[in-house]
Design a protein around this ligand. Structure first.
Ligand code: PMP
Length: 396
């Protein structure tokens, strides 16, 4: 049976992990995998998460199933974090999922069920797994222009033009904040113009928000979700707690739908729950229990918010430091976009060959498409990294 199976192409991000581990050079730098790192290079467990785990360990009396839709209290807490207090709650429903990837999977299955073979427009570039998950669910992936590679900013005119020519009923995938891999997010006024076109043309937004709190703050990062929720009859939202709660391996997220009315919302949620039942039956409990414990306790929630703010400030200061370093070395502003980009990622503008040179000659690991995880840098490594990038580009 397995004779015809060939090796799949290596995952461009995950394949770096073992190579990095085996690299014995003491000056090696990992800007590949998308996890936050603090100044000591570790991916911290937030204090509030640790405390919540202690409480769960002593209070939990059973490991019996929670149910395919997960914990409704967790869903409500994340719903409020994402949609805000002013959302049209009677039309919103959510289920707990194994991470953002789990949410995207059940949402893709739902789209496919509602409209088999529907077109889903995704930004070029986007997180590679978006395409895999959508196609695996029988959906037709269409790309829309997103990045102006000369400026490192959103190519807004091209984006607007694409949306204004999309077919009514098509689905448009948007990164809610901190676009992966470019770090380029539309401004508020650009989001407003895009939301207007989406509403006017009857497009259905699928918003993936995986880095809430890493861009401009928990509330500001939810701007486009909240904006669209007040403008469109239907939308889908995938939310991940992996990064902002630092619980990557606990697989914690939620899938939400906004429907035209409460009856539609109930039926749609029931179908979403059937998707979950088929794909993984029940979501894991531990991460969602942590998030619930943190968010239900005002002191823990405040501490978590403070730690999240500190993570964001750290990324911002690394971004500013890196842009300043390039300015010094180049006497120019070509890399200033790094300071303006949001979240952990930016495209540094290297070819795959240059990315390999960076690894082989400088022990610096970045994804082949030129994506760097800024949070993987330590302040003391900023100049080394900037000089190495310029060296492989023949600029130094
Ligand atoms: N969406 C985007 C844009 C992501 O970058 C990621 C994680 N890399 C996810 C979703 C999935 O996150 P999770 O680990 O929660 O499944």
């Amino acid at each position: 049976m397995f004779d015809d199976l060939i090796m799949p192409p290596a995952d461009k991000i995950l394949s770096l992990m073992p190579i990095f581990r085996q690299d014995s050079r003491s000056n090696k730098i990992d800007l590949g995998v998308g996890v936050y790192r603090d100044a000591s290079g570790t991916t911290p467990i937030p204090r509030a998460v640790r405390e919540a785990e202690k409480r769960i360990l002593t209070a939990q009396t059973t490991k019996a199933y929670v149910g395919p839709a997960g914990d409704p209290v967790f869903c409500d807490l994340i719903g409020r974090l994402v949609f805000g207090e002013a959302a049209p709650w009677e039309r919103i429903r959510g289920i707990q999922t194994p991470g953002g990837a789990g949410a995207l999977t059940v949402l893709a299955g739902l789209i496919s069920l509602a409209r088999a073979g529907a077109a889903v427009h995704v930004p070029d570039p986007t997180w590679v797994n978006h395409v895999s998950i959508l196609e695996d669910n029988g959906l037709r992936v269409v790309t829309y222009p997103y990045l102006d590679r000369r400026t490192g900013e959103v190519d807004f005119d091209a984006l607007l033009d694409h949306f204004s020519r999309s077919e009514r009923g098509d689905i448009v995938l948007l990164h809610g904040c901190c676009h992966n891999p470019t770090g380029a997010d539309p401004s508020r006024s650009q989001w407003q113009a895009l939301a207007k076109i989406i509403a006017e043309r009857g497009l259905v937004p699928l918003v993936d928000i995986a880095y809430q709190g890493f861009g401009e703050g928990l509330e500001d990062d939810a701007f486009v979700v909240r904006l669209l929720a007040g403008m469109v009859p239907e939308m889908l939202v995938s939310s991940s707690c992996s990064k902002n709660f630092g619980i990557y391996r606990e697989r914690t997220g939620a899938a939400f739908i906004l429907a035209a009315n409460a009856d539609r919302a109930d039926a749609t949620k029931a179908q979403l729950t059937v998707r979950a039942r088929i794909v993984y039956s029940m979501p894991p409990d531990h991460g969602a229990a942590i998030v619930r414990t943190v968010l239900e306790d005002p002191a823990l929630a405040a501490d978590w918010r403070a730690e999240l703010d500190a993570m964001r400030s750290n990324i911002l200061s690394l971004r500013q430091g890196l842009a300043a370093s390039f300015r010094r070395f180049t006497n120019g502003s070509d890399y200033d976009f790094l300071a303006r980009n949001k979240g952990m990622f930016s495209l540094i503008g290297l070819t795959p060959g240059e990315a390999v040179m960076l690894r082989e000659h400088h022990a610096i690991y970045i994804v082949e498409d030129g994506r760097i995880n800024i949070a993987g840098l330590q302040a003391s490594q900023i100049d080394t990294f900037a000089e190495a990038v310029l060296a492989v580009r023949g600029k130094r």
